[in-house]
Design a protein around this ligand. Structure first.
Ligand code: SF4
Length: 78
C-alpha cells in the first residue's frame, strides 16, 4: 500500500483524492490517510501530491516510517 507522510499534516491538498481510481483516500483531522486494504498500488497519488507526501510503504523515508502504522491505526481504531 501507499502511505501519506508528515508533509500532508495541516496541508490536506487533496489532489491525491481526485486522482485515486478507487477512492481509498480518506480525510482525517490534520492529514489524509490511504486505506491499506483498498489501495491497489497504482501510484497515481504519488505524483499528484504537491507536498511529495506519498510513498510506497517500503520506500517511506526512515524518519517517516511511523506513518505506516499510524495509517493502519486510523482505519482500525475507528
Ligand atoms: Fe489510490 Fe493508487 Fe494512491 Fe493507492 S496508489 S491510494 S489506489 S491513487
Amino acid at each position: 500500500t501507499y502511505v501519506i507522510t508528515s508533509s500532508c499534516i495541516d496541508v490536506l491538498d487533496k489532489g491525491c483524492m481526485d486522482v485515486c481510481p478507487v477512492d481509498c483516500i480518506y480525510e482525517g483531522e490534520r492529514k489524509l490517510y490511504i486505506h491499506p486494504d483498498e489501495c491497489i498500488d497504482c501510484g497515481a497519488c504519488e505524483s499528484a501530491c504537491p507536498q511529495t507526501a506519498i510513498a510506497y510503504e517500503d520506500s517511506v523515508e526512515p524518519g517517516e516510517v511511523h506513518h505506516v502504522e499510524d495509517n493502519k491505526a486510523f482505519f482500525w481504531s475507528v
